[in-house]
Design a protein around this ligand. Structure first.
Ligand code: VG1
Ligand code: CO
Length: 545
């Protein structure tokens, strides 16, 4: 068979700059002729070509996933790639893609997802590149990709029929091997190496109940196979478990504001013992007990403190890492364990070097992201299995584990206030003014609190020495409480201001306060300090988590 490679003339598009986690835009933007192709060719060019290489390809199944898979397969073939391993139906969760890249030692992988952003024809689509360690490309690569998007003049694509991506097995597309794999199998195998499946099976067999809400996104097949299949949880444990192109209208963001059905169920009189949800691409997790949502920052701390109860971590934890805005709860655990705690900018790409170097075993972000060195992405189903393993190993409830943790380490009251869809210029103006203001803040008193540190967070990677500046304005007070401000790098409409609030409380008698009340002083101060209303016109956040 003769293979035809078409070279298509193209022109750069504005704004193909990867954000916190890849390039995210409206589906309609991605549907423009050449838009996806330009970005994919720029990935290949930034990598110095992919001739002879193997890649992994899959996505969260959202609208436009299948079309994009076909385009990328044909472009990989035209660029001389030897092989692409693709998840059946084009489906791979972000952590599963990371797992497959590592297991089959491929050159890298392309993940199609806009994660927690809504899907459907009017929703968002996204694409990101992961390197051979299975993790998100570091900034020097995403910068190089962006540079290529600015100077692109042509791309290559094979003139071939669409490949059958629904049948597992090996095939050929324009001279390139396409291996369609079961989307779940490799991931499920890895989970069985880490967790005590027998103990969790006994926990379910004893009559404990859980509800896992897949929010009609990609975690469903993974959760169903592992929880209901391998662990013997009753059918119906996983709800909204079939991935839909528009997520069934769900906003696949596992937090109390968006996963309301799960929260209502866990607050009901006959609530299950354990509730959990995951996001669009299954890298986030929300952990819920009866009448209790565990904050992601607490979840990371509790996982770290109890890690040796889980077989895969029985050897102990070398170190922990958290993004800067994540609460300092895990820092206290690290101190008690005598292990290092690293503070990184927001986004999982900053954890990769620490994990590769063996400096950190566990990582987490306040945005419902937790993970470990088993892959190089945050991992929603992994976090849920970790909690199940803890419940089974201790025979305690979620609430008992959380309260015991607070009693031992103190409680870090924590909340994030998001102001979504604000005018971009207003948001930039607010941040610019704040950056000026913090220059003279240290040592002053605000609402009775002395400012101990006020800066724009910058990070020097301890492994490769790379520097990342302007990662968020933080104001830290002498009593350890903090307010952090940054702009989202994942949104597709206007700007989103995130305000992170934290206050430590050592006294167990004061651990049962309502979070928003416990933070009321800081919330008021956060408005005043940044002039949120003056700059944005907003008096209240759109989402509080
Ligand atoms: C958000 C979160 C960040 C997370 C990122 C990707 O980024 O705050 O912690 O790593 O989303 O998560 P931002 O720039 O909007 O604050 V996912 O699950 O959307 O890939
Ligand atoms: Co995600």
């Amino acid at each position: 068979m003769t293979t035809y490679v078409n070279t298509i003339k193209t022109k750069p598009f504005d704004g193909q700059k990867p954000g916190t986690s890849g390039l995210r835009k409206k589906v309609t933007v991605f549907q423009q002729p050449h838009y996806l192709e330009n970005f994919v060719q720029s990935i290949f060019d930034a990598l110095g070509g992919v001739a002879g290489k193997a890649l992994v390809l899959g996505g969260d199944g959202r609208y436009h996933n299948r079309q994009a898979v076909q385009v990328i397969l044909k472009m990989a073939a035209a660029s001389g790639a030897a092989k692409v391993i693709v998840g059946q139906g084009g489906i791979l969760s972000t952590p599963a893609a990371s797992c497959v890249i590592r297991k089959y030692q491929t050159f890298g992988g392309i993940i199609l997802s806009a994660s927690h952003n809504p899907g459907g024809p009017d929703g968002d689509f996204g694409i990101k590149y992961n390197i051979d360690n299975g993790g998100p490309a570091p900034e020097k690569i995403t910068d190089a990709i962006y540079a290529c998007t600015l100077s692109i003049t042509e791309y290559q694509i094979a003139d071939a029929a669409d490949h059958d991506i629904d049948t597992v097995g090996s095939g050929e597309l324009a001279g390139m091997t396409v291996e369609v794999i079961d989307s779940v199998a490799d991931y499920a195998e890895l989970m069985q190496e880490l967790f005590d499946f027998a103990a969790i099976r006994r926990w379910f067999a004893a009559g404990h109940r859980m509800r896992f809400d897949g929010l009609s996104a990609v975690s469903g097949p993974y959760a169903t196979h592992i929880l209901e299949g391998l662990l013997g949880a009753p059918a119906g444990t996983v709800v909204n478990g079939v991935p839909l192109e528009d997520f069934g209208g769900h906003h696949p963001d596992p937090n109390p504001a968006h996963a309301t059905e799960l929260i209502d169920c866990m607050n009901a009189a006959d609530a299950p013992d354990f509730g959990a949800a995951s996001d669009g691409d299954a890298d986030r997790n929300m952990i819920v007990g009866r009448n209790l949502v565990v904050t992601p920052s607490d979840s990371l701390a509790i996982i770290a403190a109890n890690a040796t109860l889980v077989p895969g971590y029985a050897r102990g934890v070398a170190g922990v890492a958290r993004s800067m805005p994540t609460s300092c709860a895990v820092d206290r655990v690290a101190k008690a364990l005598g292990i290092p705690c690293f503070e990184t900018p927001t986004g999982w790409k900053f954890f990769g070097n620490l994990l590769d170097a063996g400096l950190a075993t566990l990582c987490g972000e306040e945005s419902y992201g937790t993970g470990s060195d088993h892959v190089r992405e945050k991992d929603g189903v992994w976090a849920v299995l970790f909690w199940l393993n803890l419940l089974a190993a201790t025979n305690k409830s979620v609430t008992q584990l959380v309260e015991a943790h607070w009693a031992q380490f103190g409680r870090n009251y924590y909340s994030r206030h998001d102001y979504e869809g604000i005018d971009t210029d207003a948001a930039n103006g607010l941040m610019a003014a704040l950056r000026e203001k913090i220059k003279t803040l240290i040592g002053t008193t605000l609402a009775g609190k002395t400012v101990q540190l006020a800066d724009d967070f910058a990070y020097d990677d301890p492994v490769d020495g790379s520097h990342s500046g302007k990662q968020g304005v933080r104001v830290v007070f002498a009593d350890g409480s903090r307010v952090v401000y940054r702009l989202s790098g994942t949104g597709t409409e206007g700007a989103t201001l995130r305000v992170y609030l934290e206050r430590f409380e050592a006294d167990p008698a004061r651990h049962a306060l309502d979070t928003q009340l416990a933070l009321a002083d800081l919330i008021a101060l956060s408005h005043e300090l940044a002039g949120i209303k003056q700059h944005t016109g907003r008096e209240t956040p759109t989402v509080v988590t």
